[in-house]
Design a protein around this ligand. Structure first.
Ligand code: ME8
Length: 513
């Protein structure tokens, strides 16, 4: 028997800019992290699931100014929306970090001093292009021009910046980064993104400006307070601050390196190039993995404030319910690829897969147990040949789902459950347990028990995706609260267990125009 893996694991989301309210993209990244965190806990791992807000820099300073508020008061207010989002979306976070917290400023200062002591930082002058919207520097060859305005590849307008600046010797890290990527093939996922990063690094890295002097809203550079740290150095440091860096050695040793940073493809360069370079330069280990997922569009259009088509996750949950929303976001689009949000697609997934394939299966099975078995769970019985195909799928399911989640293949994990649910629906039709009551009650009981066993496995492995609804299903299946982990699946429920009357799990949604 293999030894269970009990290592602690640290799972992070990006820390989101507090320039505006959260939207579907923010909810999506954190949802993926939440599902993995919940799965790891079910495996018996100790998890630290972190999210938070990125509160410094020119972009946030400008948003505060536009709102007519002092930056701290502004960030206090907007950061709260992201905390609220975690509640609305059912995120099982263990920590929430804000970059304006003293513990974080301290960690930034210690990291800076370490980099300086290691000879990785020098003072110079920065002259070049900067996009406030991306908080990123761009080379002239990366820009396009339209109507006299220059734009970064992200579409953000750039401005010319010329000011004294500290630099990080990134140019010296190219070869070591390439070696690191080679030795750690799982560091960047998905694979297509890994190749992009490698080509970018191979093309040659320049030194990186890591301080600014033309505004004040940032972490002060230790020993030279006329500079504030570049917001990305500040922001990336959040991950080690929260893990205890420069504050609690034992805590840091426990959680670092992170198992995975979840990010969108827009910020992969920062996480896969700058971040491991900063860490290695400070003598620290890089995270084990960075997963860059794709971009959501809305009914085929780019999501943007100016188009007025921003999808509000709170409204979505209010309209469709939390668990159908969570299910849809991870089911519809292969994680890593771009995807289009469409109401019709959400309604189809809800009605076809949740309400029909899963909800009806549970309802039919449990209603038959109520009616034909007096609400008592039939005893386990050996599998007959007709039970083998479903049995094999069900037995394999926890390992299949686990293997997909280890690779962040959420859609494949859900497809595997749906394939087994389709098999179970075929099985109930073929076996027709409702017709067996008179002809072969023993076989009826066996069939209902096999279906109940299958539903228990489906509900158990789907808990990370739809915690509340699968909790209700497990209640209806009579599974005690302390028997809902993966290990508990090895112990069958006792025959004769009294089951409560079933209630529908998912509502069908009428398609609207
Ligand atoms: O970049 N589709 O914060 P941010 C999918 N503060 N995901 C999307 C999305 C979309 N249309 N729009 C946003 C920052 N996201 C920095 C991060 S980390 C040390 C600092 C998600 O508020 C996606 O995860 O701009 C993207 O990477 C993130 O929101 C950007 O959030």
């Amino acid at each position: 028997m293999s030894v269970p893996d009990r290592r602690p694991c640290f799972i992070t989301t990006p820390i989101y800019y507090v320039n505006d309210k959260p939207h579907i993209g923010h909810a999506y990244t954190s949802l993926a992290a939440d599902v993995l965190a919940r799965w790891r806990r079910m495996q018996g791992r100790e998890v630290f699931f972190l999210t938070g807000t990125d509160e410094h820099g020119q972009k946030v300073e400008k948003a505060a100014k536009d709102a007519g508020q002092d930056p701290q008061a502004f960030t206090d207010r907007v950061s709260q929306h992201f905390r609220d989002l975690a509640v609305t979306m059912g995120f099982s976070i263990d920590g929430f970090i804000r970059t304006t917290e003293p513990r974080h400023k301290h960690a930034c200062a210690v990291l800076w001093e370490k980099l300086a002591a290691n000879g990785e930082i020098y003072l110079g002058d920065y002259e070049g292009w900067y996009a406030v919207r991306d908080e990123a520097f761009y080379g002239p060859d990366e820009l396009t021009e339209s109507d006299g305005v220059k734009y970064a590849p992200s579409g953000a307008p750039v401005e010319w910046v010329k000011e004294p600046s500290y630099f990080f010797r990134l140019s010296a890290w190219g070869d070591r980064l390439l070696k690191f990527y080679e030795e750690n093939p799982d560091f960047i996922a998905p694979a297509s993104r890994r190749n992009e990063v490698i080509s970018f690094v191979k093309a040659g890295l320049g030194d990186l400006s890591i301080s600014r002097t033309s505004f004040r809203w940032g972490v002060k550079v230790p020993g030279d307070e006329s500079h504030v740290m570049y917001v990305w150095l500040d922001a990336l440091t959040n991950y080690i601050t929260a893990a205890g860096y420069a504050a609690d050695e034992a805590k840091f040793a426990k959680w670092w390196p992170a198992e995975i940073h979840f990010v969108g493809k827009d910020i992969l360069r920062f996480h896969a190039i700058y971040w491991p370079a900063f860490l290695m330069a400070a003598g620290l280990e890089p995270p084990k993995r960075v997963f860059a997922h794709g971009w959501w569009t809305n009914e085929g259009q780019k999501i943007s404030k100016s188009l007025g088509n921003v999808i509000d996750p709170v409204a979505l949950v209010a309209e469709f319910g939390l668990d159908p929303t969570r299910y849809f976001l991870l089911r519809e689009v292969p994680f890593g690829q771009d995807g289009d949000f469409s109401r019709a697609a959400l309604v189809n997934r809800n009605n076809g897969e949740l309400a029909n394939a899963l909800g009806n299966l549970a309802n039919r099975t449990l209603s038959l147990i109520q009616r034909n078995c007096g609400g008592a769970l039939p005893a386990s019985s050996p599998r007959a040949p007709g039970d083998a195909a479903l049995g094999a799928l069900v037995d394999a399911l926890p390992a299949t789902v686990g293997a997909h989640l280890d690779r962040q293949e959420y859609h494949l994990a859900l497809e595997a459950v749906m394939a087994a649910a389709r098999e179970a629906n075929g099985y109930i039709t073929v076996e027709a347990p409702w017709a067996l009551k008179k002809t072969d009650p023993a076989r009826m009981e066996a069939v209902l028990r096999h279906l109940h066993d299958a539903l228990r496995v489906f509900a158990t492995v789907l808990q990370p995706f739809m915690p509340a609804t699968m909790g209700r299903l497990l209640d209806q299946l009579g599974v005690p609260e302390d028997a809902r982990g993966l290990d508990a699946l090895a112990t069958p429920l006792p025959g004769g267990l009294a089951l409560p009357p079933p209630a529908p799990l998912f509502a069908r949604i009428e398609a609207t125009a």
